[in-house]
Design a protein around this ligand. Structure first.
Ligand SMILES: O=c1ccn([C@H]2C[C@H](O)[C@@H](COP(=O)(O)OP(=O)(O)OP(=O)(O)O)O2)c(=O)[nH]1
Ligand SMILES: [Mg+2]
Length: 146
């Protein structure tokens, strides 16, 4: 598996770096820099204690962890969060507790989300009068099977 070098600033020296749990994993776990409790229905922006310098042509995507979702109903509200290559601030995770009844407690250092790095292109948007025809045409938003 290809590995790109990504400079990381540890804003919170007591916290480990983002970490791939297994060889070949797509997502590197992001840790919480805080201890906090998410009440039912509550959302909260959580610091991860790291800032990155992603190479231009790459994007960081902040994905939910499936275990937190399945066990506790905790997800990333804006999933997948977009980390632009030029962003030098602290990586943050907008967590949401979708459970109606149970609060969820997190300790500092708990894994709260995962960061997936992907190559990305920009488009040059070119104004035209007509778009070329396609099989789908303008059908969308649940049009298939109707
Ligand atoms: O889950 C996320 C999503 C975003 N960001 C940071 C990096 C990203 O480059 C920046 C802006 O994100 P986005 O473009 O999604 O937010 P916006 O509401 O459009 O803000 P802006 O006007 O700053 O672009 O915020 C995070 O740390 N975590
Ligand atoms: Mg933006």
């Amino acid at each position: 598996m290809n590995r790109i070098s990504v400079p990381v600033r540890q804003l919170d020296p007591g916290l480990s770096l983002p970490h791939y749990a297994h060889a070949g994993d797509a997502g590197a776990d992001l840790l919480s820099a805080e201890q906090f409790t998410l009440e039912p229905g509550e959302r909260r922006l959580i610091g991860t204690g790291v800032a990155l310098a992603l190479p231009v042509g790459w994007v960081g995507l902040v994905h939910p962890r499936s275990g937190l979702a399945a066990r506790h109903g905790v997800t990333v509200l804006n999933a997948p969060g977009t980390v632009d290559a030029g962003y030098r601030g602290e990586l943050k995770v907008c967590l949401l507790n979708t459970d109606r009844d149970e609060a969820v407690h997190f300790e500092r250092g708990d894994r709260i989300a995962q960061l997936i790095l992907q190559r990305v292109d920009q488009a040059e948007f070119i104004p035209v009068e007509e778009l070329d025809a396609s099989d789908r045409g303008a059908d969308g938003f649940g049009s298939t099977g109707r």
